[in-house]
Design a protein around this ligand. Structure first.
Ligand SMILES: NC(=O)c1ccc[n+]([C@@H]2O[C@H](COP(=O)([O-])OP(=O)(O)OC[C@H]3O[C@@H](n4cnc5c(N)ncnc54)[C@H](OP(=O)(O)O)[C@@H]3O)[C@@H](O)[C@H]2O)c1
Length: 338
């Protein structure tokens, strides 16, 4: 009996929050494998803010997902059939999996996938978060792009999210005073009480700009920026002369409803060093992952994953990155047995 694959194909380019109707749910029988091909069962899908940008027809670092195409997404899968000597049944692979139950890799594209050990030693969702792209992004942002030094003040936005929660904790490991910006009292309490941030600013509270000022009496030396818009503007206004910004992301503009700030005068006046970066530019990340895993083992770095079930709900689950109803890494479990 042939296997039926469920695929979520982009139907409309969403406006604002993503709707189920923006995707077609297609059930298609899988063809027999050809020589050199392997069939992979998708186990977990990484929910990333950049997925929302890929749905838009705007210039970006990868081509937008085309109308009719299976939604592109990173994740982890297990090889269930192999007609390639390079893969065996049971192998775990990490890379682009798409919003679907199964996908096929041709062995000529094997290098695009990371092979995971049979027992990675940590839960698989963490390989998509603190021990994967999110952790490595935070690591390079604060060790290479805008290195933070002991005694300096670091401000991290979207601080209770996947990248931000790791960035703030790395700042603490480096000896900085760390201020997180997040939405709501619950997330702010989590940052201070559980992750050891020095202070947290709830940007949904009316007096948040004053709270940011009070939390940064000596100014801000380094800004790890994930949000942009008014939040970035407020942080830049608190920066010291020659302050550094690791410009990691601008999530407030990804759904197309917020204009990024066009007030660059503060960058001139304060002689700021603002560096944008993409984690994909770092090709050898083994050392970073090794360091992150070491900090986790030593109890210096806490991790959190929000795992949600259900491939068909992927469009709605993605919205949780934009309404903030998750903590740490947001992951979709596709295989209920994973
Ligand atoms: N440069 C790179 O290579 C790279 C790699 C990975 C990720 N990133 C970027 O890193 C950032 C965080 O990504 P992530 O995967 O770790 O996601 P995440 O932080 O786990 O989730 C996004 C968070 O952003 C906050 N947010 C969403 N819309 C907002 C708005 N309009 N204003 C203020 N806060 C808002 C929400 O938290 P609240 O509840 O606090 O609002 C939400 O929880 C994104 O900008 C992403 O594009 C960059």
């Amino acid at each position: 009996m042939s296997i039926i694959n469920r695929e979520l194909r982009l139907k409309h380019r969403p406006e604002g929050m993503v709707r189920r109707e923006d995707f077609d749910l297609v059930r298609a029988p899988l063809s027999e494998l050809n020589d050199g091909e392997v069939l992979v069962r998708v186990l977990y899908i990484s929910m990333d803010p950049t997925n929302r940008v890929w749905m838009r027809d705007i210039p970006q670092y990868m081509p937008p997902v085309a109308i009719g195409e299976v939604m592109r997404a990173g994740g982890i899968g297990r090889v269930v059939q192999s007609r390639s000597s390079q893969f065996a049944e049971g192998d775990l692979v990490q890379g682009f999996v798409g919003w679907q139950d199964y996908f096929v890799i041709h062995e000529s594209a094997a290098n695009a996938y990371l092979r995971l050990p049979a027992d990675p030693g940590i839960p698989l969702p963490r390989l998509l978060g603190a021990c994967g792209t999110s952790g490595v992004t935070a690591y390079y942002g604060l060790t290479d792009i805008a290195p933070v030094e002991a005694g300096e003040t670091l401000v991290v936005s979207a601080a209770a999210g996947s990248v931000g929660s790791i960035a703030g904790q790395i700042g603490k490991i480096m000896g900085a005073r760390v201020i997180g910006i997040a939405g709501g009292a619950d997330k702010c309490g989590y940052l201070v009480d559980e992750l050891g941030f020095d202070a947290a600013v709830d940007y949904k509270a009316p007096e948040w700009k004053k709270a940011l000022k009070d939390a940064t009496p000596n100014g801000v030396h380094v800004n790890f920026e994930n949000v942009g818009g008014d939040i970035m503007k407020a942080v830049l206004s608190r920066m010291v002369l020659h302050g550094r910004v690791a410009l990691c992301g601008l999530i407030s503009g990804y759904a197309g409803d917020t204009k990024p700030s066009d007030d660059f005068s503060v960058i001139v006046v304060k002689r700021l060093a603002v560096r944008g970066f993409l984690v994909f530019d770092y090709k050898k990340t083994k050392q970073a992952v090794h360091t992150l895993r070491g900090w986790i083992r030593e109890g210096k770095l806490k991790t959190e994953e929000t795992v949600v079930d259900g491939l068909e709900d992927a469009p709605l689950v993605l919205n949780r990155l934009f309404d903030g109803s998750h903590k740490g890494k947001l992951v979709l479990r596709v295989d209920p047995h994973a």
